[in-house]
Design a protein. Structure first.
Length: 81
């Protein structure tokens, strides 16, 4: 997890705990949630180039190799409830 501009970027490389607002912890009022996965069917992977392009359009944050290489992330392990 890291801050990019006014957004918090969360990368979950193995799982689907944060793919929808309902599955994640409550966010502050007015918060927006963007995920390249279908919350109704997390097996439906929408993480294609087009899905990430849409996320970049909505947020102004492009997830690129340079972003990963030049950013410090806070890492954690999350227990499934």
């Amino acid at each position: 997890m890291t801050t990019v501009g006014t957004w918090t970027l969360l990368i979950e490389p193995n799982g689907y705990l944060g793919v929808t607002e309902e599955q994640a912890l409550p966010a502050p009022a007015g918060a927006s949630w963007v995920s390249p996965f279908d919350g109704d069917d997390p097996e439906t992977d929408l993480s294609s180039t087009a899905a990430f392009a849409l996320a970049a359009h909505l947020t102004g944050v492009a997830v690129t190799p340079a972003l990963f290489q030049g950013t410090t992330f806070t890492c954690a392990t999350v227990k499934i409830r």
